[in-house]
Design a protein around this ligand. Structure first.
Ligand SMILES: Cc1cc2nc3c(=O)[nH]c(=O)nc-3n(C[C@H](O)[C@H](O)[C@H](O)COP(=O)(O)O)c2cc1C
Length: 234
């Protein structure tokens, strides 16, 4: 389980893999927060919540979404996990965000997993407001044909090949666009994301104007039209 550790106070669970000398605060619903200092730590078993109802059969049952009328064949969901497998060009912004064959292949493999519903990772609406290089992008006003559109279609078709539902997740990064991508972020307020976060820094945003907000709404609406024509047909 744990190796080479020094405990200030022992807690009963850990699934975390920590770098050396880190201190972690564990919250438990049934106990006070506990603190653990490690010099090295390996993965340990997760604490299991005991339940009287152990029948997982409902996970295999279909689930109808009344609003869309679509039915997921089971209740497993693949969460949104940013893939960063789309094109990136530091200078030519219009060449960014086209899904690569690796991304199509990733969804082909997810599609073989018999997952009821899959959410894509972040798909952005601007070439230069990105969470990171390699984000997929459906730019505001882009046409529903050509190389970009066809690549998104291949990605969706691969995801759905074995009957999964697939939803493209539209995103705007707001203040969380890396400094090397955008020097003038917009956000809900001008509060900056400070410090170095996992190797990234972020500029101070300006509070979005009414025009900025209209642009984002337009991007999301345009995305929705693409989402319908690309991801939810065939
Ligand atoms: C590598 C990674 C990438 C993620 N990318 C996205 C993303 O693109 N969009 C999003 O809404 N959430 C993203 N998330 C958050 C997850 O969808 C999920 O909400 C989060 O991991 C909490 O679920 P968990 O406790 O099961 O990990 C990401 C999480 C991880 C670990």
């Amino acid at each position: 389980m744990f190796k080479d550790f020094e405990l200030k106070r022992i807690c009963r669970t850990s699934t975390y893999n920590l770098s050396s000398q880190s201190q972690v605060r564990y919250e438990h619903s049934y106990s006070k927060p506990l603190y653990l200092t490690t010099t090295r730590m390996t993965m340990g078993p997760a604490r299991r919540h005991v339940s009287d109802n152990k029948d997982a059969a409902s996970l295999g049952q279909a689930l109808k979404f009344e609003f869309s009328g679509q039915t997921a064949r089971n209740r497993f969901l693949k969460g949104a996990m940013t893939e960063l497998l789309s094109s990136w060009d530091a200078d030519n912004v219009e060449a960014r965000g086209v899904p690569s064959e690796d991304l199509v292949n990733l969804y082909r493999i997810f599609g073989q997993g018999d997952i009821g519903l899959m959410l894509s990772g972040n798909i952005m609406i601007d070439h230069d407001h990105l969470e990171a290089a390699g984000n997929a992008i459906i730019p505001r006003g882009s046409i529903f044909s050509g190389a970009r559109f066809e690549a998104f279609k291949r990605m969706a078709a691969a995801a759905k090949m074995h009957g999964s539902l697939f939803i493209g997740q539209v995103s705007h990064p707001g203040r969380q666009v890396k400094s090397n991508i955008q020097k003038h972020p917009i956000s809900a307020s001008d509060v900056q994301l400070e410090g170095n976060i996992l190797g990234s820094t972020f500029e101070k945003p300006r509070a979005a104007t009414k025009e900025d907000i209209t642009n984002v709404v337009e991007g999301f609406t345009h995305f929705h039209a693409t989402n319908k024509s690309t991801f939810q047909t065939s």
